[in-house]
Design a protein around this ligand. Structure first.
Ligand SMILES: Nc1ncnc2c1ncn2[C@@H]1O[C@H](COP(=O)(O)OP(=O)(O)OP(=O)(O)O)[C@@H](O)[C@H]1O
Length: 279
């Protein structure tokens, strides 16, 4: 298990100026990201059913769960795109639905999100896609933007492809460009929605290496949602398992992968035999 220090997180200037004091966890600390007893239904279909999780700061957590169990819905709650029916989403100890829209917008800027397909703008080349958040959210001059964008694109191995458009590059390159774009605002939190989807095993493995390298270099609280047990085994410091709208296990990855618990074992071994069924 590795944890990487992120010194600037301790800088309270980074925390959005919000009236109420931040909530502290059971250990008395303010956590980067907490889900507290969250319920969410779409019509009569309950997706989150009292879900709680305190993500470990400055570590890579992987959340695994069967299809349709609410992993993407969890990500959307964390970034403030969905509002819980009940419960709290605490970011830097602040309930993001107990603050103003402006404050929520400021908090959102502390996130980098890598969507499944990279979510690049088709009409912009990789350079402009990567520069987009800097142009939208900062007043940095173009030469400073160029420095940041080229540094990030180099880190993900795309410095030769800056002029290409998303439809001219491979799926793996689109994901790497999406990753570079997710990092340009130097986020405290990076969310990955199935970063391995649509990639072959070798490219998946290379992307996992990149996630670990970038985390080691920049720090931050990373959350990876995936189906791929091999990716989870490779990148995770911590693992969360979701089942029937709840987090049924959260802990250090090494322990989870060595667990005797039949549910955890079946889940992480991808076995058909065990307590997990198709329902
Ligand atoms: N906006 C929405 N309106 C109605 N139902 C929704 C909405 N968003 C998600 N759902 C439903 O919530 C359930 C959970 O969806 P979600 O995409 O979070 O699953 P997931 O665990 O990410 O699945 P997968 O691993 O297959 O991507 C699904 O049944 C989905 O149809």
């Amino acid at each position: 298990m590795t944890q990487h220090a992120r010194t600037d997180l301790a800088d309270t200037d980074l925390l959005p100026a919000v009236g109420a004091a931040p909530a502290v966890g059971d250990d008395g600390a303010v956590h980067t990201m907490q889900v507290r007893d969250v319920y969410k239904s779409f019509g009569s279909f309950a997706v989150m059913n009292g879900m709680s999780i305190d993500f470990t700061d400055n570590a890579i957590t992987t959340v695994l769960g069967p299809s349709g169990t609410g992993k993407s819905v969890l990500l959307k709650h964390l970034v403030g795109l969905l509002e819980p029916d009940a419960g709290e989403i605490l970011i830097f100890g602040r309930d993001i639905w107990d603050i103003s829209e402006n404050e929520r917008y400021e908090i959102r800027k502390r996130f980098g999100v890598l969507f499944q397909d990279g979510a690049l703008f088709g009409s912009m080349n990789l350079y402009d896609n990567t520069a987009f958040p800097l142009r939208k959210h900062t007043d940095k001059a173009e030469d400073e933007i160029e420095h940041i964008v080229m540094t990030r694109l180099k880190e993900v191995g795309l410095e030769q492809a800056v002029g290409k458009f998303p439809n001219e590059v491979s799926g793996g390159m689109r994901k790497r460009a999406g990753f570079a774009r997710a990092l340009v605002l130097n986020p405290d939190i990076v969310l990955f929605d199935e970063p391995d989807s649509g990639l072959d095993p070798v490219r998946t493995s290379l992307l996992c290496d990149l996630i670990m390298e970038m985390h080691a270099q920049h720090g931050g609280t990373y959350l990876v949602v995936t189906h791929d047990i091999r990716s989870a085994r490779k990148v995770s410091d911590y693992v969360g398992l979701i089942w029937h709208g709840k987090v049924v296990h959260y802990g250090e990855a090494d322990e989870a992968f060595a667990s005797d618990d039949p549910f955890v074992r079946q889940f992480l071994a991808g076995d058909s035999a065990g307590p997990l069924g198709m329902d």
